[in-house]
Design a protein around this ligand. Structure first.
Ligand SMILES: Cc1ncc(COP(=O)(O)O)c(C=O)c1O
Length: 449
């Protein structure tokens, strides 16, 4: 939320910005009219019909409040509403975008690369798969069955064959199954997901990379959710090794609007080889005229893009640099510690059965029941009962292979089970864990005799 001090800081920043245009006569409309205020209040009323995403009792889907500095910088940029397509439309904000993207790339060990911000993870993956198709036309794209659903759809949009590879019981891509696919000889690109959407599982990148020696392929790392965890000091050995290998990828998708404390509309795609910029070559006789420097629209599939997203991200990275041991990294570590605490408490609770130990900060658990269908029904009921306790969880469906090892179910009358899922993304979740657990206990008691 904007607090009064923050609003005062914003007003001062707007005055500072206006000094840059002091030679101009004022042309903007004056202060808000009563009509604007009335509509704004009605808007606020409409927005009440939401779950409280900003509050620690929201521990459901991947939703994390933007940092105050991101919100303020975004609002400040609205004074100009720059467009980072061309330097002509967003000179300062394009320079800020280039700095932000370079800082994200450095986090993965890339000193020079091609990249830019984009609408989100789907768009970042789309560009990466499009570039892959241009470099290896006709070749297939493969990803694990736990990869984000949009990879299959994006491949269809691109007219590229897509094949899904089995995930193992821990939700990670199975390298043996991958090798079988690679042996077919038609795979151009492998998508490795470092932080799956449903369970936060981290594909075994070192083992995937080892296969590249026998079967050359292009590697795209979808780390839209997990990417920033490369800064965390409290990962297990296997995810750590996977994150340490990201720099060997050909392309990377990472979402500042997931764990980077940004408003939605902020994804990022990076390419190791700057020469892929030629694939974007196009004529735009009406946009690039004020400078011979790189206009980000020259290396982006989208045309108009919010300069404000770059401004907000730049301000956030100024305050919270992307370095191990820094405040930003500590925030991620705190969420992961809270996820581990939740996992440990669930493992002690006879009513529940966690599927896997969290590799990042997502916890998934089944509700013990006699049959798979009864377990799914109970998970749905606990989800509803928790919401009645103002505790907001999420649900996710998992295949039998991922649920069976938990021992939650005795009779398999369905191939899939609905489980409870929590993205423990907020650093404050640690302090709130006792409260979260006591509300979950009440919700479970209301459902399970
Ligand atoms: C691993 C992964 N890739 C891609 C996406 C899609 O990102 P977006 O929703 O920003 O388009 C998500 C979203 O949750 C994700 O978790």
């Amino acid at each position: 939320m904007f607090d009064p001090d923050e609003l005062e800081a914003l007003a001062e920043a707007v005055r500072t910005l206006e000094l840059g245009f002091v030679d101009l006569n004022e042309t903007r409309p004056g202060a808000s009219s009563e009509d604007v205020k009335a509509v704004l209040l009605r808007t606020a009323e409409r927005l009440r019909d939401n779950f409280p995403y900003h509050h620690p009792l929201y521990v459901g889907q991947m939703l994390k409040p933007p940092h105050p500095v991101a919100r303020l910088a975004y609002a400040l940029a609205m004074h100009l509403n720059p467009n980072n397509h061309a330097l002509d439309g967003g000179r300062a904000s394009s320079a800020m975008e280039k700095e932000c993207v370079a800082a994200i790339a450095r986090m993965f060990g890339w000193e020079a690369c091609l990249g830019h911000l984009c609408g989100g993870g789907t768009m970042a993956n789309f560009e990466a798969l499009w570039v892959a198709r241009e470099l290896a036309p006709g070749k297939a794209i493969v990803a694990s069955s736990q990869a984000h659903y949009t990879h299959a759809r994006l491949s269809a949009v691109l007219g590229v064959p897509f094949r899904s590879i089995a995930a193992d019981a821990t939700g990670r891509l199975d390298p043996t199954a991958l090798e079988r696919e690679l042996a077919r000889g038609d795979v151009g690109t492998v998508v490795a997901t470092l932080g799956t959407t449903s369970a936060g599982a981290v594909d075994p990148l070192p083992r995937i990379l080892a296969l590249r020696e026998r079967h050359p392929f292009r590697l795209h790392v979808d780390t839209a959710y997990g990417g920033y965890f490369t800064l965390a000091s409290n990962l297990g050995a296997e995810p750590r090794a996977a994150f340490d290998g990201i720099g060997t990828a050909d392309s990377i998708a990472i979402d500042p609007h997931k764990h980077g404390l940004q408003p939605y509309g902020c994804g990022c795609v990076l390419f190791r080889d700057t020469a892929v910029g030629r694939i974007y070559r196009h004529d735009s006789p009406y946009t690039y005229f004020s400078s011979g420097d790189l206009h980000l629209g020259e290396i982006s599939l989208e045309c108009s893009r919010a300069g404000a997203s770059a401004v907000a991200l730049w301000a956030t990275q100024q305050l919270l640099p992307l370095v191990p041991g820094g405040d930003f990294a500590r925030g991620l570590e705190a969420g992961r510690d809270a996820a581990l605490a939740l996992h440990a408490a669930l493992a002690r609770d006879a009513r529940f059965a966690p599927l896997l130990a969290p590799e990042l900060d997502i916890v998934v658990w089944a509700v013990r029941a006699e049959s798979a269908s009864a377990s799914s029904a109970r998970a749905r009921a606990v989800f509803e009962a928790a919401a009645d306790e103002s505790l907001h969880l999420a649900l996710a469906t998992f295949p039998r292979a991922m649920v069976e090892p938990s021992g939650a179910i005795s009779r398999w009358d369905a191939d899939q089970v609905v489980c409870l899922r929590s993205c423990v993304m907020k650093p404050e979740h640690g302090q709130w864990m006792d409260e979260i657990l006591s509300r979950l206990d009440r919700a479970a008691a209301a459902v399970i005799a």
